[in-house]
Design a protein around this ligand. Structure first.
Ligand code: ADP
Ligand code: MG
Length: 473
């Protein structure tokens, strides 16, 4: 009996009892090192690995070892220490807590503080704990219900190609970008779901950039950054949603850079989404940006009228609701900003009709759509206000902001301040700063002046009315 032969028998047993993917992830990397009577020593890649095995597979390990080495079997883990990732420097022996009572004294040394540490997944990925590696994919987001249109054709077909040959196309990374509610999360999940169906043995992980960042910070706190890196390096298809979240976070960018390089070099697929094109990303390190551009950046645009109609029809079909074409066309015509709002309008329409037991009529649609469009109206920016006011008085924004005391320019400036106060949440001070570096008292004075003049001066009232209309279009 050798360490290899014992371990191989254990592996055969284990393999029959867990999913292939879990087996590959957690057992293939283990190396049998030595056998000393009934004590088998195996080498695991990291402390995290050890903790994971202890938490999830301890019974299985025990069973298999008992079969091979009898009731007194013991398992000793040897953890490959990764002082800097990728290179193994020293080795420490660790013993699983469950075997503690049986441990021989000499094997405990250097492991005392280790045994105290909890045996939990340091990255606290909800869902991952119970399943082997839960991909965290949303099964409701698949290719079948991701409707194709001109606005998404490139991104959709690139995503499809990637899911047929993950890591095997030149779309690596595949970066999907576009504004809110245009389907980035949906498409990213669809890619993952499709890969899982076609290649069940591959490890797919979907994670938001925000959660990734939190895990990273945790790992630094707990002093297991290397385990964090190691964990991510095990993934075959890594999908990170909303990478713009990495902006300004140098540590996370650095760690992601290393993970990315490792995965890319090993032919693993990386899929990223972002609300901006790489050229427009701010505070992302150059070396990372250049990686983003290695593969394909595909944009999701706002869906055209036809696509909006098919999205609505699909949603209705799925929910088994009937709606007259006239109403569908009406909604598709008026809600154009993004798919999420489109769906929101349809959902509230269905809800209204079922709660009030009313038929879905065009009148009801009008009411719902109106509320929807109003509620979701974007906040107007101070820049936009300055532009509209300057255009109205046929002057440049720089003139409007200048120090001049000319009456009509002063009035334009005061109107810009007044509308900024009215339509934005900005403070008086920040309005002042933006409109020609004035202080908050000036802005307050401007607002009062406009109120007064609108009351006393007919011409001036007309300005206020005209401009108000322009802002509410
Ligand atoms: P993003 O991540 O870009 O903000 P999401 O992926 O969350 O957007 O999409 C918002 C909603 O719109 C989701 O419910 C999604 O299913 C739906 N959606 C987006 N694009 C499509 C599409 N092409 N076909 C069907 N549904 C879509
Ligand atoms: Mg999203």
């Amino acid at each position: 009996m050798t360490a290899e032969s014992v371990w191989n028998n254990c592996l055969n047993f284990i393999k029959d009892n867990i999913q292939l993917q879990a087996y590959k992830t957690w057992f293939e990397p283990i190396k049998p090192v030595k056998l000393d009577k009934n004590v088998l020593s195996v080498q695991v890649p990291s402390k995290f690995f050890y903790e994971w095995l202890e938490e999830h597979y301890i019974n299985l390990l025990k069973l298999s070892l008992n079969k091979e080495l009898g009731e007194d079997a013991k398992l000793v883990y040897i953890i490959k220490m990764e002082n800097s990732f990728g290179s193994s420097k020293s080795f420490t022996e660790k013993i699983p807590s469950q075997y503690k009572p049986k441990i021989k004294s000499q094997t405990i040394e250097s492991s005392s503080n280790f045994l105290k540490s909890e045996l939990t997944n340091p990255f606290v990925i909800p869902g991952i704990k119970n399943l082997k590696i839960d991909s965290q994919l949303n099964p409701n987001y698949n290719f079948n219900n991701f409707l194709e249109g001109d606005s998404n054709r490139l991104a959709r077909s690139a995503g499809y190609a990637v899911s047929n040959r993950p890591g095997g196309t030149s779309f690596n990374p595949l970066l999907i970008f576009g504004g809110v509610g245009l389907g980035k999360t949906h498409l990213a999940n669809a890619i993952g779901i499709n890969i899982k169906q076609k290649f069940p043995e591959k490890t797919v992980l979907y994670i938001s950039a925000e959660k990734f960042t939190q895990q990273y910070i945790e790992s630094v706190k707990k002093n297991n950054r290397n385990d964090f890196i190691h964990f991510y390096q095990l993934i075959d298809i890594l999908i990170i949603d909303d990478v713009q979240f990495f902006s300004g976070k140098a540590g996370t960018q650095d760690v992601f850079f290393h993970i990315f390089n490792h995965l890319h070099q090993n032919g693993k697929q990386v899929v990223l989404t972002s609300d901006k094109a790489p050229v427009d990303m701010q505070e992302i390190e150059q070396r990372l940006l250049s990686r983003f551009k290695w593969g394909l950046s595909a944009e999701l645009q706002t869906p055209d009228y036809e696509t909006r109609i098919s999205i609505i029809k699909n949603k209705l079909a799925v929910d088994g609701v009937e709606m007259e074409n006239e109403i569908i066309f009406y909604v598709a015509k008026h809600i154009k900003s993004n798919v999420r709002e489109l769906e929101g309008a349809i959902i509230s329409l269905m809800a209204q009709s079922s709660f009030n037991k009313k038929k879905i009529t065009i009148e009801l649609a009008k009411v719902v759509v109106e509320k929807f469009v109003k509620n979701t109206k974007k906040e107007i920016s101070i820049d936009h206000i300055q532009k509209v006011v300057s255009d109205y008085f046929q002057m440049d924004v720089t003139t409007l902001q200048s120090k001049t005391r000319k009456r009509h320019i002063v009035q334009a400036r005061q109107l810009a301040m007044f509308f900024s106060k009215k339509f934005t949440k900005a403070s008086l001070a920040s309005i002042g700063t933006k409109i020609g570096h004035r202080d908050h008292a000036t802005v307050l004075h401007a607002c009062k002046t406009v109120d007064n003049l609108a009351f006393t001066d007919k011409h001036f009232r007309k300005y206020v009315e005209d401009l108000t209309k322009k802002f509410s279009d």
